[in-house]
Design a protein around this ligand. Structure first.
Ligand SMILES: C[S@@+](CC[C@H](N)C(=O)[O-])C[C@H]1O[C@@H](n2cnc3c(N)ncnc32)[C@H](O)[C@@H]1O
Length: 269
């Protein structure tokens, strides 16, 4: 079959079909041409299209995703890093630029995206990434090894994963925790609901469970004036601002103008 036939007959949006054909070919195909594609490549492409049509995220199929300055491995062990989380990284990196952070903590690290992008930006900092999922931590560790970036990965429930020696010594805590309420899960797009880990998405009955615990405990781990910055659900931004009110927190919008981040400072110790 030709490139033109393969692209037009996939049933996928054109840009997705092109990406999958590029993946199968190992290079970007020339636009709609009558170039013949080898049978084995066409077969591989067909199997990739099938996976995508079943809702599997494009990034899992391609196996990689770009996050700020770094390329990460992506598979079903962890959430696909999102563009808005990249905005969280950018915002935190900009706030830290004159501060030479010593200890950075990324709670709920997943693929390690925030931890690794922060390590990339602040190579002298000791960066700690924690998660309750061993699968996610395995992926994060592979990402770190592949990028040559050293992060201390630790398994456990939020702050329980950290060494008590860090209490009062952390410059910044970032987190993109699960923040979906149980009742919202069924309404998520199929790509997300049926393919990404449920534990990465659902926080509990209200969706605020993890954020509430981070807000309660972050202050004792932060240095005075240390930063806490979390991704939040746009629909519960007011609740998040209240949870973090003792950090003089502000809610920040993402590039689309939706309130997606809460950012504050430790003012109480
Ligand atoms: C929304 S995903 C975020 C992953 C990654 N930081 C990102 O931005 O793509 C949330 C992550 O939190 C982890 N998680 C869920 N409950 C946790 C808990 N109690 N303590 C630590 N990590 C938890 C999940 O395994 C998942 O990897």
């Amino acid at each position: 079959m030709t490139v033109r036939e393969l692209l037009s007959g996939s049933g996928l949006p054109d840009h997705e079909a092109r990406r999958l054909l590029a993946h199968a070919l190992g290079r970007r195909p020339a636009s709609f041409t009558d170039l013949l594609v080898a049978d084995d490549v066409a077969e591989l492409y067909g199997s990739l299209v099938k996976r995508r049509l079943s809702g599997e995220p494009l990034q899992y199929i391609e196996g990689t995703v770009q996050f700020g300055p770094i390329e990460l491995l992506a598979d079903r062990r962890a959430l696909v890093p999102r563009p808005e989380t990249e905005e969280l990284w950018e915002m935190v990196a900009a706030m830290l630029v004159d501060r030479s952070p010593e200890h950075i903590v990324d709670l709920c690290t997943g693929s390690g995206n925030l931890a690794l992008a922060l390590k990339h930006e602040f190579p002298h900092a000791v960066v700690h990434g924690t998660d309750t999922s061993s699968d996610a931590l395995d992926l994060a560790a592979s990402n770190g090894a592949r990028l040559g970036l050293h992060v201390e990965w630790s398994h456990g429930d939020l702050f329980d994963a950290l060494s008590p020696g860090l209490i009062g010594n952390v410059d910044v805590i970032v987190a993109n925790p699960p923040y979906i309420a149980e009742r919202e899960f069924a309404d998520l797009p199929i790509d997300v609901r049926d393919h990404e880990p449920r534990a990465a998405l659902v926080a509990g009955p209200t969706g605020d469970e993890l954020l509430r615990r981070i807000a309660a405990d972050a202050t004792s781990w932060l240095k005075p004036g240390g930063l806490v910055a979390c991704e939040i659900a746009a629909t519960r931004a007011t609740a998040a601002a209240i949870l973090f009110s003792h950090y003089d927190a502000v809610v920040q919008a993402d590039g689309a103008g939706r309130p997606r981040f809460v950012v504050g400072r430790s003012v109480s110790n």
